[in-house]
Design a protein around this ligand. Sequence first.
Ligand code: NAD
Length: 232
Amino acid sequence: MAIRFAEEGAKVVVSDINEAAAKRVADDIIAKGGTALVDVTDVSQASDVAAMAKNTVDAYGRIDILVNNAGMPQRNGSLFDVDEETFQKIYDVNVKSVFLTTKAIVPIMLEQGGGNIINISSTAALSPRPGLVWYNSSKGAVLTMTKAMAVELAPQQVRVNALCPVIAQTGMTVEFMGGTDTQEIRDKFVSTIPLGRMNTPRDLANAALWLASDEASFITGVALEVDGGRCI
Ligand SMILES: NC(=O)c1ccc[n+]([C@@H]2O[C@H](COP(=O)([O-])OP(=O)(O)OC[C@H]3O[C@@H](n4cnc5c(N)ncnc54)[C@H](O)[C@@H]3O)[C@@H](O)[C@H]2O)c1
């Protein structure tokens, strides 16, 4: 997403707990002539998120778009197999992060006269599969936060939308598959997607780009499925 936004001229902050990965993305953007900086943030920590907001304003002077994308998966399995610590971690990264970024960044948007927030939910929130109960529910919370925030912030011209991706080939996919990534399991997932393939990060990035653009200026509070028809 950072790469795609930078391609369109956005100045981006690549914020992640994984510094090496964030640096790889930022270096790639800079190598192609874009503007990016790295900010190492644990999105479940208020002080980190506040520092990220301050560093962004210090560097670029404003914040127009916030993408809440950091996520913590659940290993596919029985709802009884998740311990309390793991449940807490899933909710800290997937849900509390939206609360913290809202507190840190929405005041800046209000001062600017508006802004754009894109929360990454999941088809897991709309049509949950078995084996991912606590992850599914965390993405349900993201969806409700999106709609509630959208209606509360609309008078101040802050748009808030959610993307609901179906399974993609990323860092967390192996967890959704139960810890083993095999062609057989992939085929099973893909068999439930009418367009016949997995998501790609670029599918999501293009949808996020549109939601953040002026072309979507009358769109707020939607849960946009980017799922090849999986939720039909
Ligand atoms: N991969 C899928 O199949 C899929 C499907 C639906 C929704 N999603 C959602 O898409 C989003 C992006 O995930 P992804 O698929 O690219 O997986 P990913 O594992 O590649 O990316 C998740 C990123 O979040 C970062 N992160 C984790 N904890 C963090 C923390 N405390 N602070 C800051 N950063 C942290 C990780 O370092 C990683 O870079 C997530 O919200 C995920 O739940 C993914």
